[in-house]
Ligand binder design. Structure first.
Ligand code: NCD
Ligand code: ZN
Length: 345
């Protein structure tokens, strides 16, 4: 007898779909797995106004295969110049559902990010007043701070003071990677939540150096020590509604990753659910997968839960070594590995 698992249709609360020629090759992977996704605005140039966001949304919808239903939930990219009235107007018009704070130069596409949170306090105060979520890439950027400490230092220097100053602001601490981040989110009020990626549940920092340098295990925030991976696994599988699925799938052309200075980002969209499911099974927490994948996110964002269901079958799935998008070769997370659950379409 085959073993199956059926859950409410899940959503991805953090994904990079890219743009241009790549879009049509990327969007279907996410649309096949998820009903909705929070789409990151770190394009070049970044999505800094409602008109640009709406045009991008239309391009994404045009790339959704006709047999799939998929709703992109858009985000606005905050800069030092972002205007509070304009943010509120676009939110009221439903151009976007949240705004993203990238500390300037923290990661891919963050050059126009915020240089100092103090500069955007009027925007954040307005977001607090209108109940608009702030999504945060939580890393300090100073070169002298060890890259493995940048998330924990960000909590002390920026996040904790911000949450104290704006106690009703809805905050998603994106792609948390440390024990400190898990603890901070658990200790904060219900207005603070976090997303967790599949890669940070599967790998620790050794994966980047396994027999040589491994560019496809490199993303930002970078994977940390084993103790942190274990803290993330405990949080994700705990049933705590503050933690939910956000894949941070971030495809880059294989040639740009396998390079002297390779790009940060792991392309996990094609098998994201199967990847998370492996973790929940290993942790004997399959019964808590639906909450993490399909319930905690919409409840935090104040959106309805999805109506349909998806079913997984206990069956081996071989992840390809390479996936093509347009003329671009992408190496997926788990390339060449076999996963134990298969999403039935
Ligand atoms: C993301 C990208 O490539 O856009 N890269 C990554 O390593 N996660 C940017 C980001 O989310 O930090
Ligand atoms: Zn991201």
């Amino acid at each position: 007898m085959t073993t199956t698992l059926t859950i409410r249709r899940p959503d991805d609360w953090h994904v990079h779909l890219r743009d241009g020629a790549l879009l049509a090759g990327i969007v279907p992977h996410t649309a096949r797995q998820f009903a909705r996704a929070i789409v990151m605005p770190n394009l070049s140039p970044p999505m800094t106004d409602a008109a640009g966001v709406l045009a991008y949304r239309a391009r994404i919808l045009a790339a959704v295969p006709s047999d799939l239903e998929f709703e992109p939930l858009m985000t606005l990219y905050l800069t030092d110049e972002t205007d509070a009235d304009q943010v509120a107007r676009g939110y009221a018009e439903r151009a976007y559902v949240a705004a993203k704070l990238y500390p300037a130069h923290a990661t891919t596409g963050s050059a126009r990010g915020v240089t100092d949170v103090a500069r955007i306090m009027p925007v954040l105060e307005r977001m607090q007043a209108i109940g608009m979520p702030l999504l945060i890439h939580g890393e300090v950027t100073e070169a002298h701070i060890d890259i493995f400490d940048r998330e924990a230092v960000f909590i002390e220097r920026t996040l904790a003071p911000l949450v104290a100053a704006l106690p009703a602001l809805k905050v998603v601490f994106e792609h948390v990677t440390t024990r400190e981040a898990v603890q901070f989110v658990m200790d904060a009020g219900a207005q603070v939540a976090a997303t967790i990626t599949p890669q940070h549940l599967h790998i620790n920092r050794n994966a980047m150096f396994l027999g040589g340098i491994r560019p496809h295990a490199y993303c930002l925030p970078v994977a940390k020590r084993e103790e942190h991976r274990l803290a993330l696994r405990a949080a994700a599988t705990s049933g705590n509604p503050k933690f939910f699925l956000g894949s941070d799938s971030a495809p880059h052309d294989r040639r740009l990753k396998e390079a002297a200075c390779g790009c940060a980002g792991i392309f996990n969209a094609p098998f994201a659910l199967e990847s998370y499911l492996a973790v929940f099974e290993e942790e004997a927490a399959l019964a808590r997968f639906e909450g993490f994948a399909s319930e905690h996110g919409p409840r935090f964002y104040g959106l309805p839960l999805n109506a349909g269901t998806v079913t997984f079958e206990k069956a081996a799935v071989k992840v390809p070594e390479v996936i093509q998008a347009d003329d671009t070769a992408l190496v997926p997370f788990h390339a060449g590995e076999t996963l134990n659950w298969r999403l039935l379409s």
